[in-house]
Design a protein around this ligand. Structure first.
Ligand SMILES: Cc1cc2nc3c(=O)[nH]c(=O)nc-3n(C[C@H](O)[C@H](O)[C@H](O)COP(=O)(O)OP(=O)(O)OC[C@H]3O[C@@H](n4cnc5c(N)ncnc54)[C@H](O)[C@@H]3O)c2cc1C
Length: 382
């Protein structure tokens, strides 16, 4: 058996949350080892790809507001530190219908409460400005706080800064076993060796259920395979640098990002997908979702080719109420974890990392975490 590495903290999972937690811990002076099962960068979890939306428009619990505030600030600082563009301003177009008026008002209010002025637009204006085919019952506003995070670059930046803060990132290092020792310390084991630490942080993304089960935590999550579809812009004068989210459909949201990743192609996807095992993400028939998005594009986006030009895949880890879990083990206070970001967690990565660091150090968290506790799911046990 290979030599045992000793550390103050071991973090498992080098997606946006584990990388951010590891960076905070290393900067707090803790000897931190970050373990990742795949070779980084990789495209098998949830944080890969070039772009993610960041916005103050809040569809979820108001408890997310301080995490959003903190994350905007942290992304800007990280961007300055690495001297690379990580966050591109891109106002977010929020689309709904009069039937969804209450939700639209709630979302516009969240923008106002965050100190920005949502700009309401008439359907004809939206169609003219963005080349859309929205009906007369459309409600729409622009969230000026919107932006696009350069996802792969963001995760790379967090990992570079972590290493610069004397952190150790070991990739190609799947964790197979976790043992809590008599003295309360934790040992993680894999084929590559062992790491022993005072504290353990678990940020396993789609592998949350099997990894947390190793420390006796049951988390109710569903892993979904997301079809990431790219569409050719037929008329470049009729689109803009705007991202959008459309909450009109009762079956779920559609969302899109500008043509940053592939020249002339915008990303436009359905916010959800069929359940998959994270080790078998690409097994199955995903035609139903693709056809749903094709129909949507045909109806609402006449400025796009009606056939997708590229299809990639990613995974959501979704909880029953679609809010994330950020918590500590009820028995072992030195084990903390985050999971279940339900397709919306990238933007808040830096704030989640700070919270996980505070919990690990035994400091009070910077905000109320009750909305993110695991115990809110009555059947869950920790
Ligand atoms: C298509 C798509 C679009 C999205 N769009 C947005 C958006 O616009 N805005 C937004 O805010 N969010 C968005 N999200 C959600 C966001 O990307 C995720 O919530 C976030 O990336 C999750 O990060 P994570 O670190 O929790 O998980 P991951 O990135 O999956 O990281 C977990 C890591 O843990 C590793 N791991 C697991 N088990 C082990 C083990 N046993 N040993 C070692 N390593 C292990 C995995 O390999 C993985 O690298 C989107 C997600 C997808 C899929």
């Amino acid at each position: 058996m290979a030599e045992c590495i000793k550390a103050d903290v071991v973090v498992v999972g080098a997606g946006v949350h584990g990388s951010s937690a590891a960076l905070h811990l290393a900067r707090a002076g803790r000897k931190t080892v970050l373990l990742e099962q795949f070779t980084v960068p990789h495209s098998r979890g949830s944080s890969h790809g070039q772009t993610r939306i960041i916005r103050k428009t809040n569809f979820g619990t108001p408890a997310l507001a301080p995490l959003l505030e903190d994350s905007y600030r942290q992304w800007e600082t990280i961007q300055a530190e690495v001297d690379e563009v990580l966050l591109r301003p891109s106002p977010l177009l929020v689309l709904g219908t009069k039937e969804k008026e209450a939700l639209m008002e709630k979302m516009a209010n969240s923008v106002r409460e965050a100190g920005h002025a949502p700009q309401w637009l008439a359907p004809a204006h939206v169609n003219n400005m963005f080349g859309l085919g929205c009906g007369d019952d459309t409600m729409a506003f622009l969230d000026p706080s919107g932006g696009v995070l350069m996802a792969d670059k963001c995760v790379g930046a967090l990992q570079r800064l972590f290493r610069a803060a004397n952190g150790t990132l070991l990739d190609g290092w799947p964790v197979d076993e976790i043992k809590v020792e008599q003295d309360g310390s934790v040992e993680v084991k894999g084929q590559r060796g062992r790491v022993r630490a005072t504290s353990l942080v678990l940020c396993p993304g789609p592998w949350a259920a099997p990894l947390l089960a190793k420390v006796g935590v049951q988390i109710p999550v569903r892993v979904e395979r997301i079809s990431v579809l790219y569409w050719r812009v037929k008329d470049p004068h009729r689109t803009s640098s705007t991202s959008f989210v459309d909450v009109s459909d009762d079956r779920g949201h559609f969302y899109g990002l500008p043509d940053i990743e592939y020249p002339g192609l915008v990303q436009l996807c359905f916010h959800g997908g069929p359940e998959v095992h994270p080790d078998q993400r690409d097994k199955g028939d995903f035609a139903e979702i693709r056809e749903r998005v094709m129909l949507y594009v045909k109806e609402k986006f006449p400025c796009l080719d009606p056939q997708p030009a590229i299809e990639e895949s990613c995974m959501y880890t979704t909880t029953p109420d679609e809010e994330c879990v950020i918590d500590r083990h009820s028995k072992y206070k030195n084990i903390v974890f985050s999971a279940g970001f339900s397709g919306t967690g990238f933007k808040i990565g830096p704030a989640v990392g700070r919270i996980l660091c505070q919990l690990t150090l035994g400091h009070p968290p910077p905000c109320d975490l009750s909305a993110f506790s695991l115990s809110r799911f009555s059947k869950s046990k920790i």
